[in-house]
Design a protein around this ligand. Structure first.
Ligand code: A3P
Length: 337
């Protein structure tokens, strides 16, 4: 087998050549199976099959625009929620909340993901039909983002969630994919092997600490370029966080909009309860694999207590302490009363 190091792709190749080279590269990558799903290791991160080709090709082929808005996240940290919020904030002059496209289109279709939607097979698609400013999402770590994003002034919003709730959310999500049915919100213990894999950095888009720390560090160095948000803060005080988000995106709420209650309206439109109960979010499979319902499970802070054993909590807390030591980043695993 050829070594991944000896294979390169470049923008001048024709489509067929490009896809062949990507395929060769993918076949030469370290590969392991997690819950029946193969994961490929590329530049230190494990990627699922529906993202690996897109990661490799978008690094070279994605052309960022200065006005692009990028939502980045580790999976299960609130990506769906932020897609809905960013779309609603940016497009509020085109669509009032009561006529929002979110009522009939899934958040993931309104804000597609660079690696698993636009570049899924290695070739760019559906980029020309996007309205300005373009909004993209990605789970790639900062270090692996397309060069043109890092070289541009486009704004990146990173949403982060405490690792205890994230691993639980991911466990339900993977189970629902494997079983291809609805994720259960019922208490049940997480599988030991799944948990161990997460802690050793072997899950889709893991290690989670690299993903989070990469964006955290850039948000400190370049706060005008990366806004770091927490799922828990959004749950605690959505109006305050929405104002912060809108200002960062370059679409601040005016005093008049605030007085009219527009922030609350957007918050309600994008709330877990509202989105989960919309017909469009209750049917179908995404990427021919993921039940749409799996994106809306419970939407709570602190649900880990129902699914992790005390010893798992201790292990994960220790790991977090070790990996995030000195970073200044603090996770919240319950809301203030
Ligand atoms: P739970 O599994 O804990 O319920 P992502 O969108 O990154 O895949 O994250 C999915 C998690 O966010 C799931 O968490 C899901 O229920 C929750 N979620 C989805 N939409 C939400 C919303 N509008 N508000 C709050 N949480 C939401």
């Amino acid at each position: 087998m050829e070594s991944a190091k000896n294979i390169s792709i470049n923008v001048n190749e024709d489509d067929q050549e490009l896809q062949n080279n990507i395929e060769k590269l993918v076949n030469a990558l370290p590969k392991e199976t997690m819950c029946g799903i193969p994961l490929f290791q590329y530049n230190g991160t494990w990627y699922p099959p529906n993202a690996i080709r897109g990661v490799i090709s978008s690094q070279q082929l994605f052309q960022a625009d200065e006005s692009d808005l990028i939502l980045a996240s580790f999976p299960k940290s609130g990506t769906t929620w932020l897609k809905a919020l960013i779309f609603s904030i940016v497009n509020r002059n085109r669509y009032q909340p009561k006529h929002s496209p979110l009522l009939s289109i899934q958040p993931h279709d309104l804000v597609p993901t660079i690696e698993s939607d636009h570049f899924r097979d290695g070739l760019p698609r559906n980029l020309h039909q996007l309205s300005q400013p373009r909004i993209f999402s990605t789970h790639m770590p900062y270090a692996s983002l397309p060069h043109s994003i890092k070289a541009s002034n486009c704004r990146i919003v990173y949403v982060c969630r405490n690792p205890l709730d994230t691993v639980v959310s991911q466990w339900h999500f993977v189970r629902s994919m494997v079983k291809n049915n609805n994720a259960s919100a019922q208490p049940n213990p997480i599988d030991d092997e799944f948990f161990d894999n997460y802690c050793r950095g072997f899950q889709a888009f893991c290690p989670f600490w690299d993903n989070i720390l990469g964006y955290w560090k850039v948000s400190l160095e370049k706060p005008e370029g990366v806004l770091f948000m927490n799922y828990e803060d959004l749950k605690q005080d959505s109006v305050f966080e929405l104002k912060r988000l809108a200002s960062f995106l370059g679409f601040p709420f005016s005093a008049e909009e605030e007085a009219q209650g527009l922030i609350e309206e957007i918050s309600t439109l994008c709330s877990f309860e509202n989105l989960k109960n919309l017909e469009v979010n209750q049917k179908g499979l995404r990427l021919s694999l993921i039940p749409t319902t799996a994106y809306f499970r419970k939407g709570e802070v602190g649900d880990y207590v129902n699914h992790l054993t005390p010893s798992m909590v201790e292990i994960l807390n220790k790991l977090v302490e070790e990996k995030f030591a000195g970073s200044g980043l603090v996770f919240k695993s319950k809301l203030n009363s």
